[in-house]
Design a protein around this ligand. Structure first.
Ligand code: FES
Length: 139
């Protein structure tokens, strides 16, 4: 499946323009995209307010969070594909915890700790070993 895209006047493919103060977050590999006004999402009490995990739960998207979003496991491990500059800086606790994650990558983050601090477009991938297909149709 390919990402939805539009073509600008020059004919080159561009992502559909988003309005100012909007966050567009895409979850790969399912290619589910959500949009919301930055700072307006109700906190779901898992992870930091405005974190990738928090946003996922707001939209009913399944992201593992065995420790409840307390930076005490690595099940919410995600890889940021786009928009790293819009995310909060990684603190020492997150870095230490991430060191224990399987298949650590350059743009790895913990979904419960990485907060989208600025509006814009962010694309993240949930690693294959981190997906729980069994519960996808459930909660
Ligand atoms: Fe456990 Fe993020 S949910 S570290």
């Amino acid at each position: 499946m390919s990402q939805p895209e539009t073509h600008d006047a020059t004919g080159s493919a561009t992502a559909e323009a988003i309005s100012p103060n909007t966050v567009r977050l895409t979850f790969l590999p399912d290619n589910r995209t959500v949009e919301f006004e930055h700072g307006k999402l109700a906190h779901q009490d898992h992870g930091k307010p405005g974190s990738i995990l928090d946003i996922a739960l707001n939209f009913g998207i399944h992201l593992e969070h065995a420790c409840g979003g307390n930076c005490a496991c690595t099940t919410c491990h995600i890889v940021v594909k786009k928009g790293t500059e819009l995310l909060s800086e990684m603190d020492d606790d997150e870095a230490d915890r991430l060191d224990m994650a399987a298949d650590l990558q350059l743009n790895s983050r913990l979904g419960c700790q990485a907060v989208i601090e600025k509006p814009g477009e962010v694309v993240i991938e949930i690693p294959a070993w981190n997906r729980n297909y069994v519960s996808e149709s459930g909660d």
